[in-house]
Design a protein around this ligand. Sequence first.
Ligand code: ADP
Ligand code: MG
Length: 267
Amino acid sequence: MERPPGAAEPKVELRNVGLRYFGREGETEALRDISLAIAPGEFVAIIGQSGCGKSTLLSLISGILGPTSGDVLIDGTPVAGPSRKVGYMLQQDYLFEWRTILENAVLGAEIQGADMTRARERATQLLTRYGLGQFLGHRPRQLSGGMRQRVALARTLVTGPDIVLLDEPFSALDSQTRLALSDEIAEILRREAKTAILVTHDIGEAIGMAERVVVLSRRPGQIKSDRPIRFATPDGRRPAPFAARNAPEFNGYFNTLWQELEVHVEG
Ligand code: ADP
Ligand code: MG
């Protein structure tokens, strides 16, 4: 893939990536021939049905897994293992009950052997900004699901990654909390100019949060479509995820993506 002269180098690039798992039950081809380039600061959603390889794709970008074929590059350099450039936010918040909120938020920094005074300062700043300033000394169980996910976001951002991977981060939350939090998180990631890759099986969430949606086929996951999501607004700015649901373009995108996802009720 030749880049036109002057085009920015992709932040994340996958070139003909395939991944097979080898296990006792034999071989599973999870992903096949995935090519994808994501620009710095871009917010991309990846949607697909359960088991189509979405989490596997994020593991490849984070360097937890290496591809069976093809190349994964960050800033033009092949990924050789987990790096500080990448932060990972998961469906489960994985907060530890024996640690306070602040101690949970600095966990990633601690694992990376970062300067802990600096990490605590930064965590306090982020938690305060996310409305959790009163809860620094609390335990996770004292917080609601939405608050816990904000702590998880703070933990992801404390280490200052350029790229944030979000693996169905809202799926354990009720639908109101989910909408409010997706608004907040999309805004935070845009304001901080992070490159964000959101994995979800929620079409509305993908359209609302991302400026580009990639659909994966059923296993082995292959790219079925890759399209920009644009809204005409008076001020030219992207609407917040909640407002996007009322935009005239929303239903058109939803119907197209719904058909591409080939959702069938099984049973
Ligand atoms: P998704 O996140 O889209 O639900 P995953 O990336 O978790 O899908 O998994 C893709 C496929 O690979 C699934 O069929 C899953 O069962 C299989 N898989 C995932 N992890 C492993 C593993 N460690 N060993 C064997 N198969 C796996
Ligand atoms: Mg998954």
